[in-house]
Design a protein around this ligand. Structure first.
Ligand SMILES: Cc1cc2nc3c(=O)[nH]c(=O)nc-3n(C[C@H](O)[C@H](O)[C@H](O)COP(=O)(O)O)c2cc1C
Length: 152
């Protein structure tokens, strides 16, 4: 299994963004957080996490188990990205994306992040596509690293 896209969305903004990302990565598997089995993380080569932001720049409660699982799963070779929606009129725009970004940087091969104001617009599609391209480049580089090691 290669890529899992796992998102949490209360009102649909982050779900729509996850689906747009999925449209550029049709070989991936797309999961709402409640349908994703945390014990399968290490079976993937890549993981893209999507979240909205709650409270004062906080993670929504339902995405916290995924955050905590990645911290303990020992997946330093996992290529990751994080995306999310928020609102710039809050003090910490997409604060949950920042929190995931810092944790993923410490524990995985973080490739890319993406923050979108509420509902993505057609004008955001180039950034969404770029997000997936940067992710794919890093995933390919990581796969080559392993293959070269096997040959040597
Ligand atoms: C109580 C509450 C707190 C929020 N806090 C933040 C915040 O701190 N930072 C931010 O960028 N957005 C914040 N938001 C905005 C949501 O993250 C934003 O509307 C998001 O697009 C919702 O995504 P969803 O439709 O996928 O649930 C907050 C929204 C609510 C209702």
């Amino acid at each position: 299994m290669k890529t899992a896209i796992v998102y949490h969305s209360a009102g649909g903004n982050t779900k729509a963004l996850a689906e747009a990302i999925f449209s550029f990565l049709p070989e991936a598997k797309l999961f709402g957080i409640k349908d994703f089995d945390l014990s399968t993380i290490s079976q993937y080569e890549g993981l893209l996490v999507g979240t909205y932001t709650w409270g004062d720049g906080d993670l929504p409660a339902k995405i916290v188990p995924l955050y905590e699982e990645i911290e303990v799963a020992q997946v330093p070779h996992l290529v990751t990205g994080v995306f999310g929606t928020g609102e710039t009129n809050y003090n910490h725009f997409c604060g949950a994306v920042n929190r995931f970004r810092d944790m993923l940087f410490a524990n995985t091969q973080l490739a890319v992040t993406l923050k979108i104001e509420q509902v993505y617009q057609d004008s955001d599609l180039y950034r969404i596509k770029k997000f997936t391209e940067i992710y794919k480049t890093k995933l390919t580089a990581q796969q080559n690293k392993f293959e070269n090691k096997a040959i040597l």
